[in-house]
Ligand binder design. Structure first.
Ligand code: BMP
Length: 211
């Protein structure tokens, strides 16, 4: 286990596949988000799956029925996990988790995001969102590598749920500090796909995680 999830936020399917191939399975999973899906199409998930588990970061945040329909599309396309927002409420989150379990997949819930604006609305409710995710039976949550002290507080409330921490690299977060604060996995996008040698960059992050 490397503890590394690579976010392939590219707008070219071939480029994304070529990086995934170069990484050769050293990361634990690949995360796809709208930039890639909207440009390359949902089928890219099946191709990426050859190189590891795929997390569909669709930040699902609708009414429960629509959430179920969105998640079903992601899982049918081959996603192993979905990321949903918690602020839409426990029923909406539950819909994602129920759909995930139908496919033997996982659902993760966003709590406090990693960008500066997250302090405005998400941060004041972050612990409630953690509790909501825990009660709904989520596999894990998303919490900010950019704020290790907040990550540590969230870790204390998260129980057995896994924590995936984005914001390492381009957003200023540090891999080692995120893990020390209690993250189970770090998510890195630009720090890897934007590097001259994505494989070397990924190895460096993994090295930091092992230290
Ligand atoms: P990067 O390492 O290039 O900043 O990419 C981070 C990835 O994680 C992006 O796909 C972004 O959408 C996602 N993400 C994030 O940065 N912060 C969050 O709080 C939640 C996210 O999903």
């Amino acid at each position: 286990r490397s503890r590394l999830i690579v976010a392939l936020d590219l707008m070219d399917g071939y480029e994304a596949l070529s990086i995934a191939e170069k990484l050769g399975g050293i990361a634990d999973a690949i995360k796809v988000n709208y930039p890639l899906i909207l440009s390359a199409g949902l089928d890219i998930i099946k191709d990426l799956k050859k190189h590891g588990n795929v997390v569909a970061d669709f930040k699902v945040a609708d009414i429960p029925n629509t959430n179920s329909l969105i998640c079903a599309q992601a899982f049918k396309a081959g996603a192993d996990a979905i990321i949903c927002h918690g602020f839409a409420g426990s029923d909406s989150v539950k819909a994602c988790i129920d759909e995930a379990s139908k496919y033997g997949c996982e659902a993760y819930v966003v709590t406090e995001m990693s960008h500066p604006g997250a302090v405005e609305f998400l941060q004041p409710h972050a612990f409630e969102l953690v509790e909501l995710a825990r009660r709904a039976g989520a596999s894990g949550i998303i919490a900010p590598a950019t704020r290790p002290e907040r990550l540590a507080d969230i870790r204390r409330k998260a129980g057995k749920m896994k924590i995936l921490a984005p914001g390492v690299g381009a957003q200023g977060g540090e891999a080692r500090r995120a893990i020390d604060a209690g993250a189970d996995f770090i998510i890195v996008g630009r720090g890897i796909y934007g590097a001259d040698d994505p494989y070397e960059a990924a190895l460096e992050f993994i090295e930091q995680l092992r230290r």
